[in-house]
Every structure is written in C-alpha cells, then in structure tokens.
Design a protein around this ligand. Sequence first.
Ligand SMILES: C[S@@+](CC[C@H](N)C(=O)[O-])C[C@H]1O[C@@H](n2cnc3c(N)ncnc32)[C@H](O)[C@@H]1O
Length: 241
Amino acid sequence: MNNSSNKRDKHAKTKWDNYINGRLSIGTKPYMKSLKKYGVINKKNVLDVGCGPGEWCFAAANLNPKAKVIGVDIKEKDLNLAIKYMRDKKIKNCKFLNESYENLLERFQPASFDVIMCNSVIQYIDEKKALYIFSKLLKKDGILLMFWNHGPGYYLQKLFLGIKKLDIRESLFMPNVLILGTLKKYLLNTKQDYFVTLKNLKKISKEVNINLIKIENEPKLHYQDSFLGLPCVFSCKGIKT
Ligand SMILES: C[S@@+](CC[C@H](N)C(=O)[O-])C[C@H]1O[C@@H](n2cnc3c(N)ncnc32)[C@H](O)[C@@H]1O
C-alpha cells in the first residue's frame, strides 16, 4: 500500500471512529426520551438488531432496569465499543452478540421479546426476511421500532450537499450506493433495498401480522422528513397482533 492510500485509510478510520464515539458521547438521554414516548417502559426482554455501538440498548437498559437487553450486530468493531461503554458505565442488564439477524431464530425461542428495535438497519438488510424473523420473535402486542430509515430523498440530498460543499466523498455516496446497491441486488441477488419505502414495509408487515404505523421522525437525529418531495427519513412503530 502506498503512502497516499495509507493516509486516506487513516483519515476514513478516524472519521468513522469519531462518528461512532460521537453517537455514544451524547449519552442515553435523547434516546431514552424517544423510547419513553413510544412506550418502551416496564419491559422485560428487549432486542436491538444491528445495534452498532449500542446507544439504543443502553437507553432501553436505563429506562427498563429490570429488562434484559440484547444487542446484535455483525460488526465486531462496533460491538467492542458497546462492550467497553457497558463496562465503563457498569451497566449490568445488557448483553451483546456478534451475530447476523438472519440467525436469530436459531438463537432465541419464538415470542421471546417485548420489544425489538432495528434502527437505521433495515435499508442494509433483506427487509422481508427481517420482518418475518422479527414477527416470530415478538410476543403478542410486542413493539417493533424502526427509526431513521433512509429514503431516496436522503441520498439525493447527500448528493446535492456534497456538490455544494465540493465534498467528493459526500457527492459520490449516492452514485456509489445506487450503482453498488443495484449491482448487488440484481447480480448477486442480495435482496437488499437501499430505497426501502414505508409503503413496502407496511405491506410486508401486514403479511407477518405486524401493524405498522408511521410516527414522527426521531427528533434528535436532525434529518429532514423529505427532500424535493421524496422521503428522507421515517420512523415506524409496529405492534405484533
Ligand atoms: C447505520 S448502523 C446503525 C447502528 C445503530 N442501530 C444506530 O442506530 O446507531 C447499521 C448497523 O447494522 C449492522 N448490520 C448490517 N447488516 C447486519 C446483519 N446482517 N445483522 C446484524 N447487523 C447488521 C451494521 O453492522 C451496523 O452496525
């Protein structure tokens, strides 16, 4: 590897680490406020799918001291940050698993969870498969929360902002996602849908007996609801019927 690609890698790594640490550094309060609003109180079993550094897990654990909160992610590096935070803050009721959502039915009994959170993840995974799995794992009347799902407007906005700021990385984000996403979807048959829509999610949820409603945007994340009329972000709450 030459010097300039080394430098580029180092820059990307630092940017990413700062970003992840930033998410943990705001503490659990804003996340707790949201969870409280959406009824995640007095719960016993909570699962966070694609938990990343675990900010939602810690908020749920704080708000529900008697709960057992399990965070699952395929990225070991982010889980290590979650584990470090958990140890530093002496949080006792969280556990983290390095696992894909695809294997959760082998890990847990059906109807094991009162709450499943899946925040900013559904656009990276096969939403049909994921919702099927979540519906099996949720107890009756269990809550499914999915905040912050990117829509086409999110990517378009990133492209415009990137061009405006002359930021090559930001401007290339959308074409990158679009081209790689389309190639992966059709050539590798990954079934991943970067432009997952609420309409599609609602349709799939109905098939698996989850009643999904759109709720207002996650307030602390500061994303716009739409851009040029295209959806950017949405948050949904589902109830298993
Ligand atoms: C944008 S991050 C969101 C992290 C966290 N939920 C949050 O709201 O900050 C997306 C996460 O989904 C995880 N992820 C992607 N595919 C996954 C899979 N198949 N199983 C579990 N986690 C997955 C990624 O590793 C990443 O940590």
